[in-house]
Design a protein around this ligand. Structure first.
Ligand code: ADP
Length: 486
């Protein structure tokens, strides 16, 4: 297999900057693809945290004026991986978050902040760097999605292009008056170009002009071709359906391994499941729950937003709390949901334990201590927490959508008989269906032998990057071969 060179463009990359699953994928792919003989270098914005983490790099490219100020590309290495950072102080040296200021509102110049990233990536794609011209450019989400457009309108030999959708809810839409300031030619403002409902759509442009489109699960790839999930882009995706594929995310097996996890009271694997009980007790203590080995303890670690469906859990909580059930919830987000769960804790003292905020340690403790792990999302492109739950023996209870549908084997009669079940799925994503699933899960939990089998099946499931990396590698090679044959 010949060596392939690829450039990823993304606005987040673990471990440097992260607001969601996107960062984990972008951080993991260079390592995973190295095993497939693909050299993947990654271009990310030079936010202050990134610059601090990577130190002074070598300047490999300079721009006199990149949308209002000078900019540079620095090359650095981290754990054997090549990283390019776009240093543009007028765009990235900010006090607030990656996308929003301290007041929580989007930065007013986000169009330029991320067009700059895509532009710089496009220049690398077109051969601006000495010694590294990629065969394929892989743009992640709307922030990078103009890169295929810039290369398309440059009308020069270009690499194969791929756009990946991590969450189609975020599309990057900006007024049409920005066309020229964004360095897009007048002809780009067209239904076959960047035009999107009378405005400029960054993600739309990428989906229209890239050679291939991926998203993070096969089911989500199909769902986004429908009005219910496509959020306005379903027509385009249907028209280009032969270019769309879904590849699941893997998990970071070093960070998420119950056999070595330093956050746990007791480490364990599927041979030593009984010692998991000590983690359950530790979690119960930590969240002020009654320490009861026989309680049916449900864990949740999530952003609290409409997408995640946790309002449904609030709806069914009063009836669910009648049995031996307990809830351990870690999350932050919508104020109404936060207040709802704090009130639920007060109403069910010792039965509901809530921590509002972000805590890496508690996230691990919940995976290792809860009997079941609940993800009732209304939509879920891939989802990572149910994959961690599989590894940790917390039986996932998930809505049957997107990546949740693709990663959990529902404990229906046949799956139980064949001993392949790894969790429970429910559908539709409603309070009634959730209530039924919780009751069913509690019934299975009372059958200790069956429950243990489901746990062990989950823990043995391969949720590593090996399979996904193979699929990305194949996709990269196919895209390059197709681009060369035109
Ligand atoms: P999304 O990216 O939509 O939020 P994912 O399931 O893909 O959902 O990824 C969520 C990631 O964020 C997981 O690694 C999860 O453990 C972590 N996470 C979410 N909320 C919290 C929290 N309050 N504290 C710690 N980790 C959290």
């Amino acid at each position: 297999m010949s060596m392939l060179r690829a450039l990823a463009i993304a606005s987040e990359m673990a471990p440097f900057v992260k607001t969601g699953g996107l960062a984990d994928v972008v951080g993991a792919l260079p390592h995973a693809l190295a095993a497939e003989n693909i050299e993947l270098r990654t271009l990310i914005p030079g936010y202050p945290d990134v610059r601090a983490a990577l130190g002074a790099g070598e300047t490999v490219l300079e721009f006199d004026d990149l949308f209002g100020g000078p900019a540079w590309i620095h090359a650095a290495r981290h754990n054997g991986i090549a990283i390019y950072t776009l240093i543009a102080p007028h765009l990235y040296a900010r006090e607030g978050g990656l996308y929003t200021g301290a007041d929580g509102a989007d930065y007013p110049d986000n169009a330029f902040r991320f067009a700059a990233l895509a532009w710089a990536g496009a220049q690398i794609g077109l051969g601006a760097l000495d010694g590294f011209t990629p065969d394929v450019v892989h743009a992640h989400d709307w922030q990078a999605a103009l890169a295929p457009a810039y290369m398309h309108y440059a009308e020069r030999p270009r690499p194969a292009t791929i756009v990946s959708i991590h969450n189609i809810a975020f599309q990057g839409q900006f007024p049409k008056e920005l066309l020229e300031p964004l360095r897009l030619p007048p002809r780009a403002f067209d239904i076959d170009g960047v035009e999107y409902y009378g405005a400029i759509g960054f993600l739309k442009a990428g989906l229209q002009l890239a050679d291939r489109i991926t998203t993070v699960s096969p089911s989500y790839a199909r769902e986004i071709e429908t009005p219910e999930f496509g959020m306005g882009l379903e027509g385009l995706l249907r028209a280009r359906a032969d270019r769309v594929s879904g590849i699941l995310n893997g998990v970071d097996e070093e960070t998420w391994d119950p056999a070595t996890d330093a956050h746990l009271e007791t480490r364990y694997d599927h041979w030593s499941l009984p010692s998991r009980a000590r983690n359950k007790a530790a979690l119960q203590k930590r969240l002020r729950l009654r320490v009861d080995p026989d309680a049916f303890l449900i864990g949740v670690v999530s952003r609290l937003s409409w997408q995640k469906g946790l309002d449904l859990l609030l709806d069914v909580l009063p009836q669910f709390m009648r049995g031996r059930a307990q809830l351990a919830l870690l999350g932050a987000g919508d104020k109404t949901l936060e207040e709802g769960f704090v009130a639920a804790e007060a109403a069910h003292v010792g039965r509901v334990g809530v921590h509002i905020g972000y805590s890496e340690e508690l996230a691990h403790m919940i995976q290792a201590g809860a009997d079941a792990f609940l993800v009732p999302s209304r939509f879920e492109p891939c989802g990572l927490t149910q994959l961690y739950a599989l590894r940790y023996g917390a039986v996932p209870i998930v809505s049957r959508v997107g990546g949740l549908k693709d990663t959990i084997v529902d404990a229906n009669e046949m799956a139980l008989q064949a001993d392949v079940a790894t969790g429970l799925q429910f559908s539709p994503t409603t309070a009634d269906a959730l209530a039924i699933a919780l009751r069913e899960a509690e019934g299975l939990f009372e059958d200790a032998e069956t429950w243990r089998k489901i746990q062990v099946n989950g823990m043995k499931t391969d949720v590593s990057w090996r399979n996904p990396a193979r699929r990305y590698a194949q996709l990269f090679r196919d895209a390059v071969a197709a681009a060369q044959s035109v």
